[in-house]
Design a binder for this molecule. Structure first.
Ligand code: SF4
Length: 71
């Protein structure tokens, strides 16, 4: 079922992800750009996201983690 979950373009964690929900802003990079580079791009984008990597490996995700850093 894990593969099926990856068929859509939107990250499966988007609903609860504070980056996607724009509760965490990343410097001056617009949320629109972040979403296009990582979240709305299917596995090609998600696999580059540090938050996604933590979630997929069952690790706790620090509140301050972003697509660029795990801490
Ligand atoms: S790709 Fe990363 S930043 Fe985007 S919704 Fe998924 S976990 Fe959050």
């Amino acid at each position: 079922m894990n593969e099926l979950r990856h068929l859509g373009k939107l990250c499966p964690y988007a609903g609860e992800c504070p980056v996607y929900q724009e509760e965490i802003l990343i410097g001056k990079i617009s949320p629109f750009l972040i979403k296009n580079v990582f979240c709305n791009r299917g596995i090609k984008g998600w696999k580059n996201c540090e938050r996604f990597k933590l979630a997929e490996t069952g690790q706790a995700i620090p509140a301050t983690a972003t697509p660029y850093q795990q801490q």
